[in-house]
Design a protein around this ligand. Structure first.
Ligand code: PLP
Length: 437
């Protein structure tokens, strides 16, 4: 690949001088992306990359999808913004489509501008509806970076702040108590133990409003819950009349292949009470939203507005993107091509010591990396693989507890040839990293 490091290095220095120190940048050698097409992106030096991370799963269908570009520019040419104070045809149309697809009866849709704001709103709705500020969240979860969503984030790299207005209890892998439940101390509960969940609910005296969960944990490293765990939890929660919030910010729109929504993989108790979405539907436009039964959605009584939620340009992009997704059966493509990619990566991993596990559903694939010959998670290996893949023209993501997971989530239109090519490039990057470690 050609390297013209000077310009990017200069921009990097300006970035460091003016942006927050906690805003993480991938890659030691700075990378500035300038354009994209299909499943590829280009940097400022003209290097082309196969994009296996799609802007953290925002590029749902393809980069520069002509239908989306056309819808955005046509709408922008008419009117850029109106606010929710006036009727908006694109907003009503997209809300109708999402309500119908959600599986939630008598569904209402509220649009936001991000996943964080969608989850914030879901928490506001659930706590208002149940008149309680106690929320259950999963260990290793990630739901956003606002005041309340950080409080329900169980990911160690986003450790909950004591400032959260919510009282959060954690399930899945252990329960930690906070706030008024200090008497529970640091007592650990067993992951799949429904009896312990029941026990905890007894001790919290029926005050829990909702449980929020990602069907497959995203930032947590593309980790699915143990089989049957969510279904068992839901059964308990339904008995205690506790709401279920499914955070579908990463799992929605068929990315996991077998289902359109992640909740459908554990649907024994029907659809969730609330569902949040974001990322992919805008194909890069800033979007999020909450779907809930009318009874829950309308529990907020104050007249409210959203200045940018439901922006006509974003809604037009969403409609064009959704039409393309459904017309081209990209969910089916994610299942087929994702299945093949997982198979290839498992074959690669079988010959390597640094990969402990290849897991995933559809085009949401995680690799767990360890120090060769040990079971010790290796964030160092993940960083090395990221760099080595980039050198070969492949962009991937990382995450998980401590950053030892690789995350692969290409646009859902990925072709078989691109999957084969990407698997080959990743195999080389993994071998390179293993040789260094
Ligand atoms: N929920 C999940 C599951 C996420 O993965 C993310 C972001 O990665 C969020 C919420 C926050 O979304 P946003 O970054 O759009 O605020």
């Amino acid at each position: 690949m050609t390297h013209v490091p000077h310009e990017a290095a200069h921009l990097h220095a300006r970035h460091q001088a003016v942006l927050p120190s906690w805003l993480s940048l991938y890659y030691e050698r700075p990378l500035e992306l300038t354009h994209g097409e299909g499943r590829h992106v280009w940097d400022a030096e003209g290097n082309r990359y196969l994009d296996f991370f799609g802007g953290i799963l925002t590029t749902m269908t393809a980069h520069a999808l002509p239908e989306v570009t056309k819808a955005v520019s046509e709408q922008a040419g008419r009117i850029l913004h109106t606010s929710t104070l006036y009727l908006s045809r694109p907003m009503v149309e997209l809300a109708e489509r999402i309500a119908a697809l959600s599986g939630i009866p008598d569904a209402r849709v509220f649009f936001t501008t991000s996943g964080t704001e969608a989850n914030d709103t879901a928490l506001l709705l659930a706590t208002t509806h149940r008149r309680s500020n106690q929320i259950l969240a999963m260990r290793n979860s990630y739901h956003g970076r606002s005041f309340s969503t950080v409080g329900i984030t169980g990911n160690q790299s986003w450790s909950p702040t004591s400032l959260s207005p919510l009282q959060t209890l954690y399930v899945h892998g252990g329960v930690r108590s906070r706030g008024p439940y200090a008497e529970l101390g640091d007592r650990e509960f067993i992951a799949a133990c429904v009896a312990d969940l029941e026990d905890m609910l007894q001790q919290t005296a029926g005050g829990v409003a909702a449980l929020i969960a990602e069907p497959v944990q995203g930032v947590g490293g593309f980790t699915a819950p143990p089989d049957g765990l969510y279904a068992a939890f839901r059964e308990v929660l339904a008995r205690h009349d506790i709401l279920w919030i499914s955070d579908e910010v990463q799992t929605g729109w068929g990315r996991t292949g077998d289902h359109f929504w992640g909740w459908q993989a554990h649907a024994e108790n029907g659809p969730p009470d609330l569902l949040t979405f974001a990322k992919g539907i805008g194909n890069g436009m800033s979007v999020g939203g909450v779907v809930a039964r009318a009874e829950v959605m309308n529990s907020l009584t104050a007249n409210s507005i959203s200045t940018f939620g439901g922006s006509p340009v974003t809604m037009a992009a969403g409609l064009a993107n959704l039409n393309h997704l459904l017309e081209h059966d990209l969910q089916g493509n994610a299942r087929r091509v994702g299945g093949l990619l997982i198979e290839r990566l498992r074959a690669v991993a079988a010959g390597l010591d640094i990969v402990r596990e290849v897991r995933g559903r559809g085009l949401m694939i995680g690799l767990e990396l360890v120090r060769p010959g040990t079971d010790e998670p290796s964030p160092e290996a993940a960083s090395l693989v990221l760099e080595a893949a980039r050198e070969r023209g492949l962009l991937i993501g990382k995450g998980g507890q401590g950053g030892a997971s690789l995350r692969i989530a290409p646009p859902m239109s990925l072709t078989v040839a691109e999957a084969e090519e990407g698997a080959g490039l990743l195999a080389e990057a993994l071998r390179t990293a293993q040789a260094v470690l």
